[in-house]
Design a protein around this ligand. Structure first.
Ligand code: FEO
Ligand code: CA
Ligand code: CA
Length: 699
């Protein structure tokens, strides 16, 4: 049961993310050498330092986001938004004492920061678990018995660590809906009694494969409340690390993706590390394959260029943490060198056709896709935004050449195969020496500027024509080695771009930038790649940012500003869209985003660095209350808040990795949520509703 090797590293992490989470969620991508070693960034840094020297002032970094922040215990706090005590705050806003009315949708009493082993919700609300790891999804599957797990059962039960959540209308039954979620990763030491990380059994490995992927589940509405109940039904489906997925687009059928077992390079077994995603207007689910490198061992190949490409994604020449390569050669890169190229894609699943084979849209590029979120323009052009969630990685968008046709799903499911992939470059509009790393606003009063989208690849999959826009790379190389293509065009390095959502009310694009402890870190520090910039102005950014972008969606230009500089609002480094900081909740490490019917932005967090559990927060983006932010719920100790869905009737969150603390094992659990007592923790989906009335409306 002991964890060995690279699992047992000292805690080098800025956020509260545990060692166990780091190992099993992202393959320890959170520390050590950065995957991005492209030269452009050093060049940029050099230029900005020269400019600063020419301007006669060395940048002096004060304190800022790197300072240890006070614990979030709010005992005695009577702040409107549950912020920790504001005593000592130097904010000029303290004279504002008038009664404040929050916008519709966020008229709830905020949840205080806490470390409870439960889901904490506002007064007047109720909650229930919809489904948890191991619950039957396919009729005939046994009830969960953690002491007696079997691969053939796990393939029919709810997978582990549900992340993205989508909720769709049921096609045939108005009393039902369809819940779809991704299962990002498995945490074997917590899942199995007596787990030996060096020598997992074949059954444990196969249960791990079954614990990944996606679930489609019919749910029934409960009359008079927002509650949903799990049901069996013909749409229920599990997709796992061994299900069939079709490769489509510029990489499909090329030598880069062919293997002994798939000589045509068209059919992949499985999907891996499905993080967040999106629901398309045509009723399908998009899912991002994120930290796929961690599943592969022995990443050593003869070809130097191929080796460099493996390293750009973080592959290592060592056994993988889960040792899957012992049971299937496709996870041994030295034996199956092209298998890694078959992961890292944007997946599309039709949840209403249980017989359908989901596709991997290679025209959208291969990187650590956090998600894919589409926006349909007035002329029916489709834009799909996607972040590459690693430190100092890039933001991408895909602009379709095909138009959305209402009611024509077959056509619409080919839209993401035809169009142009872009990567973003950002610049600030304030002087470099005004960005000092502390979070102090520059003279113009905003972290803001403009940017350009740079073309990488144009795909016409219908006619099998593909065009690279990157010198020295073919179209299929741009598709498969997208990070390297983006390096070449000098894309802008961001602080972990995660979820991207377009507001349905103002059409602006919102981007969660989770954190980056190496942003502006001391020169020479392992992991530092770039100094602070106006788009990433916090030195050793621990608490993250939320960017607002006014994008010419189908075009190549945009403007941007940082709407939120996250943290404890009593810290001078924070910024909440200009709103009174005494009236907002502390927030740390924004990750997933969603909009509700009121146009409010909802932000869930991953890795709270303020000594509180992660949570879900509502934010006003427009009007007098712009920047008002309240915590709606928090998840149990060690968990991450994922997949938020907010409508008038309910809030749904996926509670991922409860109790995943540093040394947690099956025998030594630090959470017993949701069943309590001595039970083992189980990742689950929670539904919250208001006892009387609509979500976030008073009365
Ligand atoms: Fe899977 Fe980027 O969080
Ligand atoms: Ca500015
Ligand atoms: Ca995420």
């Amino acid at each position: 049961m002991a964890l060995k090797g690279r699992n047992l590293l000292s805690n080098l992490f800025a956020s509260s993310r545990s060692k166990l989470t780091c190992t099993y969620k992202c393959g320890n991508g959170c520390f050590g050498d950065c995957e991005n070693t492209s030269g452009n960034t050093y060049f940029g840094d050099l230029m900005s330092r020269r400019a600063a020297l020419r301007a006669g002032g060395l940048t002096v970094v004060t304190v800022g986001g790197g300072a240890a922040l006070a614990a979030c215990s709010s005992e005695g706090s009577d702040n409107a938004a549950g912020s920790s005590s504001s005593a000592g705050s130097s904010q000029k806003t303290s004279e504002v004492k008038t009664e404040h009315v929050s916008n519709e949708g966020m008229q709830f009493k905020p949840v205080e920061p806490n470390t409870k082993d439960e889901v904490v919700i506002p007064e007047g609300y109720e909650q229930a678990v919809l489904i948890a790891w191991g619950d039957p999804v396919i009729e005939g599957a046994p009830e969960f018995d953690p002491e007696n797990q079997k691969p053939e059962d796990a393939e029919k039960q709810f997978g582990f660590n549900n992340d993205f959540a989508g909720l769709l209308e049921h096609p045939d039954d108005e009393n039902r809906m369809v819940y779809v979620c991704s299962h990002e990763y498995t945490t074997e030491p917590q899942m199995f009694p007596d787990y030996d990380a060096e020598n997992p059994t074949e059954d444990q490995v196969k249960i791990g494969w079954a614990g990944h992927g996606l679930t489609v589940l019919e749910v029934s509405k409960v009359e008079g409340s927002g509650e949903l109940k799990r049901e069996f039904g013909p749409l229920n489906r599990r997709l796992t690390a061994t299900s069939d997925f079709k490769l489509v687009g510029p990489a499909a059928g090329t030598d880069l993706v062919k293997t002994e077992k798939d000589k045509k390079g068209e059919l992949v077994k499985g999907t891996l590390n499905n993080c967040s995603g999106g629901v398309t207007p045509w009723g399908t689910i998009l899912s991002g394959e994120e930290n796929f490198d961690q599943y592969f061992g022995n990443a050593k190949v003869d070809d130097k260029k191929a080796q460099k490409s493996l390293e750009r994604f973080g592959f290592k020449d060592e056994p993988s943490a889960r040792k899957w390569e012992k049971f299937d050669d496709r996870f041994d890169v030295s034996k199956t060198p092209n298998e890694p190229n078959r992961f890292g894609w944007l997946v599309e699943l039709d949840p209403f056709d249980p017989e359908s084979t989901p596709v991997k849209h290679t025209a959208n590029g291969r990187f650590k896709h956090e998600a894919g979120n589409v926006h349909v323009l007035d002329d029916n052009t489709v834009v799909c935004y996607s972040g590459d969630d690693s430190r100092f990685e890039y933001l991408y968008k895909f602009v379709s050449s095909k138009k959305y046709k209402e009611g024509d799903k077959k056509h619409n499911m080919t839209i993401l195969d035809n169009g142009t992939l872009y990567v973003a470059t950002f610049e600030g509009n304030s002087k470099d020496d005004e960005i000092d790393g502390s979070g102090a606003l520059p003279e113009d009063g905003a972290f803001d500027g403009k940017g350009k989208w740079v073309k990488l690849l144009t795909s016409n999959t219908d006619e099998n024509k593909f065009e690279s826009h990157v010198d020295g790379m073919s179209a299929e190389e741009v598709a498969v080695f997208t990070r390297e293509a983006a390096d070449k065009v000098k894309a802008t390095m961001l602080d972990r771009p995660e979820d991207v959502e377009v507001s349905p009310t103002n059409n602006k694009v919102y981007i969660a930038l989770t954190n980056n402890k190496y942003r502006g870190a001391a020169e020479g520090e392992n992991g530092r790649l770039e100094d602070v910039k106006e788009y990433a102005p916090i030195k050793e950014n621990k608490n993250g940012l939320v960017m607002e972008m006014d994008d010419d969606h189908a075009g190549e230009e945009f403007t941007w500003n940082l709407m939120l500089v996250c943290g404890d609002p009593k810290e001078a480094s924070t910024y909440f869209g200009g709103f009174d900081k005494e009236k907002v909740s502390p927030i740390s490490c924004p990750d997933n985003l969603a909009f509700d019917n009121h146009g409010l932005l909802w932000v869930s967090t991953d890795g709270n660095a303020l000594d509180s559990n992660d949570g879900l927060y509502a934010v006003t983006t427009e009007g007098d209350n712009r920047g008002e932010l309240k915590c709606f719920l928090t998840v149990p100790a060690g968990a991450e808040t994922c997949g938020p869905i907010v409508d008038d009737d309910r809030v749904m969150v996926n509670v991922q990795h409860p109790g995943e603390t540093d040394e947690a094992t099956y025998e030594n659990q630090t959470s017993h949520w949701p069943e309590g007592g001595d039970s083992i923790p189980r990742p689950a989906c929670v539904v919250v509703w208001k006892k009387d009335g609509k979500i976030g409306i008073e009365g």
